[in-house]
Design a protein around this ligand. Sequence first.
Ligand code: PMV
Length: 314
Amino acid sequence: MPAISSTAPGKIILFGEHAVVYGRPAIAAPVNQVRARAVVSPAPRAAPGDVHIQAPDVGLDARLADLPEDHPLVQVVYQVQAALRLARLPALTLRITSTIPLAAGLGSGAAVSVACIRSLSAFLGRPLPDDRVSAIAYEVEKLYHGTPSGIDNTVITYDCPVYFVRGKPIKTLRVGAPFTILIGDTGIASPTAAAVGNLRRLWQADNSRYDTLFDAAGEIARAARQAIERGRIEDLGPLMDQNHALLSSMGVSSTKLDRLVQAARKAGAWGAKLSGGGRGGNMIALVSPARAAAVEKALRSAGAVRTILTRISP
Ligand code: PMV
């Protein structure tokens, strides 16, 4: 059996994060400049069933049998084994590397899962189709954060811009005209589970206030979908600004995110907002290619630890 390698992109949420957990639509796009890679190779000297997992980025080098059952990577292996109805796995090594920053709202967990599911199932001789890959990645996402909407595993599996509504079949988004997004990283790790859990408690304490915010975010995502499909990029900036204001009202922004968002707007971005779970992680700015360098410089001066320039194209 030859070694099999698979990669999966990072992602950004353009509109509707958090509200999407509560059934409102959201828009996400892959970010191909950062990727997770999983390589599965045979381990001829190990006993059948002996699975070794290496993830040097997080200092993991262990036998599957020695890891806790609820470890996301253990679950990936078990779920692929169950999906293929295999009583036993051959001896193998699963090695994961990734350039996607962790706990930064760029979908690193889902990308690692998707890359692992694809390389494992291909190595075992039966590559799983996209819908199964996405479904397994969704189950594993639940271990990263309790109540995922499913947007991360969907956009990363299908590797194209999506208009996503929880529980509904995937809708890929036609992009009428390309546009440029600059991603700015606060450098503050912020696990999505904490942001989602905190907002859930707030929502439970005051349903009507938060439902109103989620409805408004949903309307913005609908308007943004039309603008993207019709190639009316100039409409997207104000929609991003409005979405950021709503996310601030939901309590998921932070001083540093607000600072980067302001810096981007001041340097000429058409609009800016936090992206993903918030409270840290990344923000995104809509820029003209001509202003990208100036906005990038402004983000760096305002404390961004990294920037990624990405283009959303048809
Ligand atoms: O922080 P990320 O990249 O995992 O994005 C999470 C997006 C949320 O809407 C906050 C949660 C979800 O499951 O959709």
